[in-house]
Unconditional design. Structure first.
Lengths: 76, 938
């Protein structure tokens, strides 16, 4: 899928959760949202972008959430 | 025919009963009840003409006179309240003589053409003449018999020669509809009902209330004039907006003669709008496609085939694609115009037969943020109230909704309450009708800039939090404390004050402060919102901000208050309830929940995928990257209704098998390989769930014109995919839904027949349903305040694109217009136009009715301009009812952060005079012509 679009959508999610005062809640909220609403190939592609392009274009809070909660993105 | 007894005057509600004697029978009635109604309650029918129980008594016809023991004279029973111990006689020689005299006068100025009159057999004047025993008319002289008919309205006629000036039509227009289009002109003999001009030129909105109220053939449906009176009827539910009005479909055999609003319908209580009342002719329009068709490529001619061949082909293509591209390479979309049972079957087909979760509904592009936002804050993805609740409201806040156009029957009810004294706050970029309607004026209109709802709601919250206007007792008992503290700290920040937000919203801080104080302190306050809230990049945030306001002020959990999403289509609520979203099974349970999956896996006998599937816009993206190749699209026209038309068309063009099931060859069908003819709401059984969670029956009044109802087609497709479904009737589908969905446990067709309709949750705890939610506690336990930071949209106005385009709908047309464009409603709206403020028009040399090009970052189109002071400078507006308009060629793929609901309401554009259609419109015209030829050559 269009990577720029995925980055844009992920950053929008980051915009929302970033305002939660508790940082950990904010980061886990981003990961949980992606896990709950993004189809696996979208999540996979975003993670590949983190791995291959160092998450270029992603907001720091999103990148941090993806790195810290990577394991939760595909948990059942 | 279904009898709808007329009690003559409206019901009165009172704690105290009084008892009186009528014609020797004792009857107890609520205090305030008229003698006429009390008599009707014991089956004593006093003659009447100007009275009907949908209108306040008027006392003008003098036919309902009665005698009361101990009183002089002959009072009118409609305007005289029953009193304790009263003894009433409705029949006596004197009363008979008086009534006969009145009738003689009426009939002396009425055509004696009963046998050829269109109301013969359905005329109260005729009935009354018979009832009072009128045998001769002794008077002659001046009369009105030669007055000409007004036939300007496409749906009904006005024949003043038959008018008895009972005022019922005028009162219906005022009391029920609230439009005040009719009046009585002249005095004495000259008195006539008048719309001022012809009906079509007047303010009349064709709701039909006057026609319904008319006791003669003065105001008469043209369909009745043409076809004669119906011979049987069935109660069903309108297929247009989310109000979900109940109608009696009045029939002759399998032909609809008229649709009459059902007075016992709990959503509409006997009222209607121009769409539901009159715009049903599309069901038998010549454009209906009644044969299945297939083709290998979208450039091939369509080939008419049997149902078996079409379904075999669709199934084999889906199987082939899955074998080649994987299980997740196909999916389904179901429309919110479809029934609950159809929605349930499509998601079951996708989950059980396709084996994935790639199912979505067009609620994606309208109210998906409502589902998300209300679930997060209150715990349930639904509105909190019943429509009737508005009768107990003291303050009504309307944000991002235009009820008089989009939800007209509820708007009339809202206007009734506003006329009764409720205060009104309107938050909308446009000066919508409610801001300044006859006898309705908004106390506050906050004309914010499009895209700034969250800033506005935060500013209102700031006032409520910092001025001590919160309901701390409610918050303390009902809401999570930590989340509340975080929210209060956030909204109290100076940057969220109305003064600080003034530069963002464009609304003076004093207005915002006034509105906030009114909402918080004016008594029962209810919020009504629509797509002007949800269809934004921060749609979900705005929904949560609305829920925050309701919780902060304790305006939730009782009548007159609450959070009320006005759903765009008839079954938006239902389609979401039925698990049509790719992340949820029926009842809003996430697919990752093993207990829920286990329940469905056990019932369906298949493995259910634990991962969410693709949403509609994700399907398009996946199609363009080559990983999504097949689509089953039931009842939805994604090409016309979804944003960035070119993108959608490219995505569909890249797929190998698109199956469209629809009643017309819609825009999406032009990109399809299989066309399965659909059935209209008149041709099938099922249920719709309206904006107040009310489940109502849809009843089949005619045989499916293509031979199969939609639910049968889905079953047959599923069987061919190796997953047989064997329902014999939609009631069995509902039984399965009820078994598997806790909020529907108590729902069945039998109970719906018994109760009329049911508001879910309906289960062991609430066997008759739940009119108002969150009464003692929130569904999620404690209500959760959520911080709602305003984030400006990425869709910025620039020098190149200095205006903001916002889109919406109008009264006479509906959504993509597939239905209403094929009715006489086009007489009110035959093309989409661009509304623009006079200043913006003047700056650009744009003339009223002149052609203009609207260009955005996505594309361009050409429409006629309408210069309008309803717009604020800098904002332009159009509708999307006609495909050739290309409104969604301009809109972008920007979407709500949480749900991907498109940001239809904010598109940066430039507008300039034009002389010819846009390049897209030219290519669209060619494409459409070619597709039409491929159809006719089949």
């Amino acid at each position: 899928m269009d990577m720029q679009n995925l980055i844009h959508m992920a950053n929008q999610i980051g915009d929302f959760f970033e305002t939660i005062p508790d940082k950990e809640e904010s980061l886990s909220g981003i990961a949980r949202h992606l896990r709950s609403f993004w189809e696996p190939r979208m999540r996979m592609q975003l993670l590949e972008h983190v791995d291959q392009k160092n998450g270029e274009g992603l907001k720091p809070v999103v990148l941090e959430a993806l790195r810290i909660h990577r394991g939760d993105l595909f948990a059942n | 025919m279904l009898e709808q007894k007329d009690f003559g005057t409206p019901e009165r509600i009172s704690d105290a009963d009084i008892t009186l004697e009528i014609d020797g029978m004792w009857v107890s009635v609520p205090r305030g009840t008229s003698i006429m109604r009390a008599a009707a309650m014991c089956d004593v029918n006093v003659p009447k003409l100007c009275a009907t129980d949908s209108l306040e008594p008027f006392g003008s016809c003098r036919l309902c006179l009665v005698e009361i023991e101990g009183r002089r004279g002959y009072p009118a029973s409609c305007t005289t309240p029953a009193e304790e111990g009263m003894k009433v006689r409705t029949q006596s020689p004197k009363l008979q003589s008086l009534r006969k005299g009145v009738m003689e006068l009426y009939i002396s100025d009425h055509p004696l053409d009963c046998l050829t009159c269109s109301a013969n057999g359905d005329c109260e004047l005729q009935d009354m003449a018979g009832q009072v025993g009128l045998r001769e008319v002794r008077y002659s002289g001046r009369n009105h018999l030669d007055l000409g008919k007004d036939e300007s309205n496409p749906y009904f006629t006005y024949d003043p020669a038959k008018c008895i000036v009972c005022n019922r039509c005028v009162r219906a227009c005022e009391e029920i509809q609230g439009t005040y289009a009719l009046t009585i002109t002249g005095r004495g003999f000259e008195s006539r009902v008048s719309a001022g001009k012809s009906f079509m030129e007047s303010d009349c909105v064709s709701c039909g209330a006057c026609v319904q109220a008319c006791p003669t053939a003065t105001l008469q449906e043209k369909s009745v004039i043409e076809k004669g009176l119906p011979e049987h009827s069935l109660v069903t539910t309108c297929a247009y907006c989310g109000v979900g009005c109940a109608f009696t479909a009045e029939m002759k055999g399998e032909e609809v003669v008229r649709m009459v609003p059902y007075k016992h319908g709990q959503a509409n209580e006997g009222h209607s709008c121009v769409k539901g009342r009159f715009a049903w002719g599309y069901a038998t329009h010549k454009d209906r496609i009644l044969k299945p068709m297939i083709r290998s490529r979208i450039t091939d001619p369509w080939r008419e085939v049997s149902w078996d061949e079409a379904l075999d082909y669709a199934a084999s293509e889906f199987k082939r694609i899955q074998e080649k591209h994987g299980k997740n390479s196909i999916g389904g979309i179901v429309s919110s115009r479809c029934t609950n049972e159809e929605g349930y079957l499509v998601q079951k087909l996708v989950r059980a037969a396709f084996g994935n979760n790639n199912v979505d509904t067009c609620a994606r592009v309208c109210h998906s943020p409502t589902g998300y936002g209300l679930k997060q804050t209150l715990g349930e993805s639904a509105g909190t109230q019943t429509f009737k609740s508005v009768e107990d409201s003291d303050v009504i806040l309307v944000i991002g909704a235009n009820p008089t156009d989009a939800h007209p029957v509820f708007a009339s009810r809202m206007k009734q309450r506003l006329k009764g004294g409720a205060r009104l706050i309107v938050i909308d970029p446009r000066k919508i009708e409610l801001v300044d309607a006859p006898h309705v004026k908004a106390d506050f209109h906050l004309p914010l800039k499009p895209g700034t709802n969250v800033a506005m709601l935060s500013a209102i919250a700031h006032v409520i939090a910092t001025e001590g206007l919160m309901d701390m007792e409610f918050i303390g008992q009902r809401c999570e404390e930590k989340a509340f503290q975080q929210w209060r700290d956030f909204v109290s920040l100076p940057e969220n004050s109305p003064e600080a937000m003034e530069g963002v919203t464009g609304v003076p801080a004093s207005l915002v402060r006034g509105a906030a104080r009114l909402y918080a302190t004016g008594g029962n306050a209810a919020i009504y919102y629509g797509l002007g809230v949800t269809e934004h990049a921060q749609g979900s945030t705005a929904v949560m901000a609305i829920a925050n306001l309701a919780m902060a002020t304790g305006n939730i959990g009782r009548s007159g208050v609450g959070v009320n999403p006005l759903r765009g289509q008839n079954n938006v609520q239902g389609s979401c309830d039925m698990g049509s979203f790719p992340h949820e099974l029926p009842g809003y349970r996430h697919v990752s929940d093993p207990i829920t999956r286990d329940l469905f896996e056990h019932a369906w006998g298949v493995h259910v995928q634990p991962e969410p599937g693709l949403r509609i816009p994700n399907m398009f993206d996946a199609a363009l990257d080559g990983s999504f190749k097949g689509l089953y699209c039931q009842g939805e026209d994604i090409v016309q209704s979804d944003p960035n038309t070119r993108h959608v068309a490219e995505a569909l063009s890249s797929m190998e098998c698109v199956v469209v099931q629809d009643i017309f060859l819609n825009e999406t069908a032009m990109y399809a390989h299989v066309f399965l003819p659909g059935s209209s709401f008149l041709e099938k059984d099922g249920t719709f769930t309206n904006a107040e969670r009310r489940i109502s029956r849809v009843r089949k009044v005619m045989t499916p014109r293509a031979g199969l109802a939609d639910w049968e087609v889905t079953m047959q497709l599923s069987r061919r995919l190796g997953y047989p479904m064997d329902y014999r009737h939609p009631s069995e589908i509902m039984d399965e839904i009820a078994r598997l969905t806790p909020t529907f446990h108590g729902v069945s067709y039998g109970k719906l027949d018994r109760l009329g309709s049911i508001q879910w949750p309906c289960n062991e705890e609430a066997p008759d349903g739940t009119p108002i939610m969150h009464v003692d506690h929130f569904v999620r336990g404690k209500g959760k305040f959520i911080v709602t930071q305003y984030v400006a949209t990425d869709e910025k106005v620039t020098k190149k694109f200095p205006l903001i385009l916002t889109t919406g709908r109008i009264l006479s047309q509906y959504n993509v217009g597939a239905q209403t464009r094929r009715t006489e409603n086009v007489q009110w709206h035959e093309e989409d136009v661009l509304e623009i403020h006079p200043h913006d028009a003047e700056d650009r040399g744009i003339l009223d009715n002149g052609w203009v090009e609207i260009r955005s970052r996505s594309g361009e189109t050409v429409l006629r301009a309408r210069i309008s002071e309803r717009m604020q400078p800098g904002v332009v507006y159009t509708t999307f009812h006609f495909p050739e308009s290309g409104a969604n060629v301009i809109t972008t793929e920007n979407s709500d952060w949480a749900t991907n609901c498109p940001e239809y309401k904010v598109t940066a554009v430039e507008v300039k005079p034009a002389t010819e259609p846009s390049s897209w419109q030219k290519s669209y015209t060619r494409f459409r012509k070619a597709q039409h030829e491929l159809l006719t050559s089949s």
